[in-house]
Design a protein around this ligand. Structure first.
Ligand code: FE
Length: 212
């Protein structure tokens, strides 16, 4: 009996992956970072190709990872996770919440407990994502707060999907609603298209569930 709910037991963290290219700063939320060797100190991480930060890390080979702590709030995750750096400056108005590291890339100082910077060694095309293997060049601890896990995000940070219904569309009261289990985005319509991609977090229709 195949039960892929088993995948839900795999643990993840939450991180802001930041890059800098041609004077533009950008960052996105990722949940897959893993140290693979200590000598040399190397990590792997995966990034959805739809993120502008993906292209910037691919082209510059440089990045900084800020590790989210349990003090992170939903606004931080929304800022870096659910808008596109292609049309906004995600660091705008962040003020004292960031510091520029020696590699020229911004570190997030709010709602984080550490940062790591590194250099990409190789990449592997995974279809929707790219897997990056990288050397860790530098880093520092910012606070003693525990790192956030993906499960903690779902239980403590993400708003409950009980948000009031959006105003009904003119002339239509029979629309159904689906909520993205990852970020809380609500889709309204007759049917959720099978190829629907969440506009906030880029997760597929399979990560949506119907709302009563
Ligand atoms: Fe989503």
């Amino acid at each position: 009996m195949k039960n892929m709910k088993a995948m839900d037991a795999v643990s993840y963290g939450l991180f802001v992956l930041a890059a800098q290219q041609g004077g533009k700063d950008n960052g996105c939320i990722i949940n897959t970072v893993l140290q693979v060797t200590a000598e040399p100190n190397r990590i792997v991480f995966t990034v959805n190709k739809q993120h502008l930060t993906h292209d910037m890390v691919m082209e510059t080979g440089k990045f900084t990872l800020s590790i989210l702590s349990q003090k992170a709030n939903f606004d931080l995750i929304r800022r870096f996770g659910f808008v596109s750096g292609r049309d906004t400056d995600k660091f705008a108005g962040f003020g004292a919440g960031v510091r520029r590291g020696d590699n020229g890339i911004l570190q997030v100082l709010q709602g984080t407990n550490a940062w790591l910077s590194g250099t990409v060694l190789s990449t592997q095309d995974l279809g929707s994502h790219t897997l990056f293997l990288a050397d860790v060049d530098d880093g520092d601890v910012l606070s003693p707060d525990s790192s956030v896990t993906y499960a903690y995000y779902h239980s403590h940070i993400k708003p409950a999907p009980s948000a009031p219904p959006a105003a009904p569309a003119p002339g239509g009261g029979s629309k159904k609603r689906w909520v993205c289990k990852v970020c809380g985005y609500i889709y309204e319509g007759e049917e959720l298209p099978a190829d629907f991609i969440c506009p906030w977090c880029k997760h597929p229709a399979s990560d949506f569930e119907p709302l009563p």
